[in-house]
Design a protein around this ligand. Structure first.
Ligand code: ATP
Ligand code: MG
Length: 422
């Protein structure tokens, strides 16, 4: 769009003759920042500020017209959403440009009828944070004029939360005496404003808890799911989130402790990032801990972690703002394992950190039923993102997961026999 086009569109708005393509074109170039509307044009940005004329090139919209235009933009950019309740722990969001890009592409895929994108990955890798950043960014860009609805799946029933959103944000009030499903159908079919809608289901543990509440198969309803489960549902597009790269891991650490402190002990910083397996959760916890202790050197931190490992205070939740501790996060997955899953996980923790060939694992346990073991490995450990298949039948444990499983091993009744078998 150039300034001539913009002038023409704004003129039509003033006259009440704007078309759908005018609106779509405006949405593409409009940003809402603080309380200013900014239009991005090839020749530069135009700020449509408050209470003054709007001048674009040689054309001026005087005050009554300018007010009318601002009112229109306001309506155009008011998106129903409940993102205020979403808390981001990030002081600075690092990396993930590529992931945000692929996520957006998946959700905007024009060829599929029903779009559901799933972000999977291990505990604390940043699935929720990615979804938050995506939602906030797209809110600014007006990609989802039909609204952005954030559902915290573990909080309460998904259907009830959706209904509450429809009531409070869209003013839809289906009769109370209808069944939940019928009330939801009522809302889906009357969903306004028009245009794409983004529904985010954060932290889904199993398909059953969402399946009855998914929107109808229409292109405008896009669903974004975050889950630790690798195989939540086969028909969904997946985006697997990995740990950070070294430079972004350092950047995350620096966002808490400052460039200066990081650079003063650069080598130790790198070791620290590696010790934490470049996991955002671990990096953030350690960063917050160090921030509260300006006199600690990173070397002292490293020493503390090596001595006390996952039990050390820096890896626990230390303040109301901080995310849950590493052990607490992993515990949620551990609890979903059965006896055999726990046993396999613990056995794997005895191997070195490098990828482990499955045949070596089975060699430790020659009398066990291999098929049963493989099933437990895939259905439980791999599916819960506790271990990762790197190449054919080779498995990799994350540094912190290995540490965690090592500690769990000590508590298993068969700890001694497992160690001997190894
Ligand atoms: N790219 C990032 N930049 C900055 N901070 C991040 C980033 N990714 C994650 N974090 C921070 O790391 C912590 C853990 O991330 P998050 O809660 O998103 O993990 P998760 O994958 O959703 O974990 P879980 O499986 O337990 O739900 C959060 O406090 C988050 O703010
Ligand atoms: Mg999460």
């Amino acid at each position: 769009m150039n300034s001539e086009d913009l002038n023409a569109i704004l003129r039509r708005i003033v006259e009440g003759n704007q078309t759908d393509s005018d609106i779509a074109a405006l949405r593409d170039v409009l940003i809402f920042n603080g309380n200013q509307y900014i239009v991005q044009l090839g020749s530069g940005n135009i700020n449509i500020g408050q209470g003054r004329d709007i001048k674009i090139e040689n054309n001026t919209f005087n005050l009554p017209e300018a007010e009318l235009i601002r009112k229109f933009l306001e309506k155009l950019t008011t998106i129903p959403h409940n993102l205020a309740k979403v808390r981001s722990g990030a002081v600075k969001f690092v990396g993930r440009d590529q992931d945000l890009e692929s996520l957006h592409q998946q959700l905007q895929d024009k060829e599929r009828i029903a779009i559901t994108a799933v972000v999977t990955g291990m505990a604390g890798v940043g699935k929720t944070e990615l979804a938050i950043q995506y939602a906030l960014g797209q809110k600014q860009q007006f990609t989802y004029p039909g609204g952005i609805c954030w559902i915290q799946v573990e909080e309460s029933n998904v259907g009830v939360q959706l209904l509450r959103f429809a009531q409070s944000q869209l003013n839809l009030n289906p009769p109370d005496n209808w069944e939940l499903r019928e009330r939801l159908d009522y809302c889906w079919s009357r969903w306004q404003p028009s245009g794409d809608v983004l529904i985010i289901l954060d932290n889904v543990r199993n398909y059953e808890e969402i399946q009855y509440y998914l929107p109808p198969l229409e292109q405008r309803f896009k669903v974004l799911i975050t889950t630790r489960k690798l195989w939540l549902a086969e028909s969904f597009e997946q985006l697997r989130l990995e740990v950070l790269e070294e430079d972004t891991a350092l950047e995350l650490l620096a966002s808490f402790i400052g460039e200066y402190r990081l650079k003063a002990e650069l080598e130790t910083s790198k070791n620290l990032c590696n010790w934490l397996g470049k996991l955002p959760l671990g990096l953030e916890l350690v960063g917050r801990f160090l921030k509260r202790r300006p006199n600690w050197t990173l070397a002292r931190m490293m020493e503390r972690l090596e001595q006390q490992r996952l039990e050390s205070k820096p890896l626990q939740k230390i303040s109301p703002e901080s995310p849950k501790g590493v052990v607490e996060a992993l515990e949620l997955s551990w609890k979903e394992l059965d006896e055999l899953g726990k046993k396999i996980g613990s056995l794997l923790s005895l191997f070195a950190l490098a990828p482990v060939k499955w045949e070596l694992v089975m060699q430790c346990q020659p009398n066990e039923d291999e098929e049963e073991w493989e099933e437990a490995r895939d259905e439980q450990l791999v599916n819960l993102s506790l271990i990762k298949e790197t190449e054919g039948k080779t498995y990799q444990l994350h540094q912190l997961v290995r540490q965690y499983l090592r500690d769990k091993l000590e508590l298993l009744p068969e700890a001694q026999t497992l160690k001997q078998s190894f």
